[in-house]
Design a binder for this molecule. Sequence first.
Ligand code: 8DG
Ligand code: MG
Ligand code: MG
Length: 146
Amino acid sequence: QTEAATAPTVAVGVCLLKGKKVLLGRRRCSLGYSTFSLPGGHLELGESFEECAARELKEETGLDIDKKRMEFLTATTNTLLLEGGKPCQYASVCMRAVMEHGDGEPQNVEPELCDGWDWYEWDNLPKPLFRPLHNAVRAGFNPFYA
Ligand code: 8DG
Ligand code: MG
Ligand code: MG
């Protein structure tokens, strides 16, 4: 007996850039366990992409980046994943923000969901990447030239 699939959902990933580096964290939740992903999460009802990006970034890293600093990138991926054998599908929108002096440092606010945040050079990304990010990279996405 197969479980019914739920409808695809919209997710937002935040490319937070600092110099030549991007912020990634190793996941501790069942979906994409141990893969490296951008901060991000589900788009909530009534939210703009910019609001979602700012909220998720704050919830997961403690960083307060105004939604006006969140840039929409034309880099959306469509990814089918298995979550405990159950299919789930994400349309993943990519947002970008550039770190400025005085923004502070990311904190691991949700240690049960993430091993910790660190900065990585785009040309030397850690492996394995979380599937939606992996798909974007494979499609030629680069937040430094987007
Ligand atoms: P939320 O309840 O706070 O919205 O979700 P979360 O606790 O932050 O879960 P998450 O796994 O970090 O994000 C929710 C889903 O969003 C995740 O299971 C798959 C999808 N997703 C993408 N792209 C990205 C991405 O780049 N980063 C993150 N973190 N999630 C993404 O499709
Ligand atoms: Mg998240
Ligand atoms: Mg979240």
